[in-house]
Unconditional design. Sequence first.
Length: 216
Amino acid sequence: MGYNLILLGPPGAGKGTQAKLLIERYQIPQISTGDILRQAVNEMTPSGVSTKKYMDVGALVPDDLVIDIIKDRLLKPDSANGFILDGFPRTVAQADALSIMLHKAGKSIDHVISMTVDYEELLKRVIGRLTCRECGRGYHLVYDPPAIAGKCTVCSSELYQRDDDREDTMRARLMTYETQTAPLTDYYSSLSLLRPVNGLGSIPEINDSIVRLLEG
Ligand code: AMP
């Protein structure tokens, strides 16, 4: 059976990595507003053009835009049996909009998995992050380096660093998280949906903690 999940946590907490493992285990899609927005920027769609200026400085794009993206995405049939929201909601306004749209569809969130990692570790993780241009596989210069520098071990394509993973932008993204997104822990805690998970540890260890809290 599937779950309706939110992965909550600062950039670099491991949300994307854990989402990939949960997709395999539960056969439910990952819905990442960051991925959808980056694709719109690459394709230079009208929303992509207006979005880029926010992403480049580590700010949030306007609520209306991401709420519309999520509305469309949640209507697709692949999320009928569950979904993993990764990077959404990021503001209280987005969380309110989400609960209204789910309510209309007769659904609700089952768990908000809140991944915590300290500030210095987040900086280290994100600054070394690399992604394959072709297959999207993620690497890390220190923690998970590719076999050949600069090339994807899976498909041999070029690896790149996200523009917003540079140190100055990352510091701005962490500040944005603290001021605008961190209040969601209280929001979901008061709804008894918050499930804190220690984001420090190996990828399988963290995955085990998440699976244990879902399956009891
Ligand atoms: P991410 O890949 O989740 O770290 O997102 C990268 C960037 O996309 C963020 O720094 C924001 O500029 C933008 N973004 C992603 N999701 C949202 C959201 N839910 N609300 C506002 N901006 C977002």
